[in-house]
Design a binder for this molecule. Sequence first.
Ligand code: GLN
Length: 301
Amino acid sequence: MRQTLQSLLTFGREELKRHNNPEPELDAKYLLLEAFRTDMAHFLMNRSRELPDNQEIREMTRRYREMIGKRALRIPLQQILGVQEFMGVSFFVNRHVLIPRQDTETLVELILKEHPGQGERILDLCTGSGCIAVSLALRGRYKTITAVDLSSEALKVAAKNCERLLGEGENEGRQYPKVDLRQGDLFMALKQGEEPFDLLVSNPPYIPTAVIEGLEPEVRDFEPRMALDGSGDGLEFYRRIALEGKAFLKKGASIYLEIGYDQGTSVKAILESNGFRHIRIVQDQAGRDRVVTAATDSNGL
Ligand code: GLN
């Protein structure tokens, strides 16, 4: 029997099911549409039609089977497709960066609401794919965004996203704020005597080391460990940011940190003991604690 798009979908779905993929039908569909460079409407209209037996179709079929093979190994769908949507924009991703999460949209939306921008200098630590920095550049009216990561491989991904999404772009007739990418360990990436920042944002690694082993294979085995591992209690980066950050922030500057759902009280205490004021814990769409925000004292810390 010659193959159809439906028969290929069924093959992929069954293959993924056999490997305990949590979304076999949906994932097989995404991979089929990608391999055959088509969309859902075309699939629905033509799925029962026999596919012609030509070189192009054979190549598309080979690529589809190869992608199903990768997904069967539990490689994340986004790494296979090379993209993830975040704040309505498509970001390039690979195995060197954390895949942008919907949770992090809560962080970005909160900043855009509370600080839509009037020429501020923003610092984004642990930028990864650059999804926070680029979204703020696209949507806010800031002066500059300095985005730091320890991983030079991650910074290549961030650079590609900046190039693709902010390239020659204009924001309502204005240039987007420049995103300045820097490699280094948190504040060590900054220069001595650097002009202080108005706002610090970070989605640092925050999962306690021992918890990582119990995560889904997609996260545990394929996302970068250094983007997830927040040390024994998961709080190391908050301690360092609260302690070291003061020297790089203006008086009255704001800080916005993504946190794990159960870290609100601990992160609040860390910020408090470092002299931060106006500390608030903000929930995500699912009602879980997701962001801690605070300000430095307007008289200096
Ligand atoms: N939210 C991510 C997860 O649960 C973790 C992100 C992080 O450590 N910053 O997989």
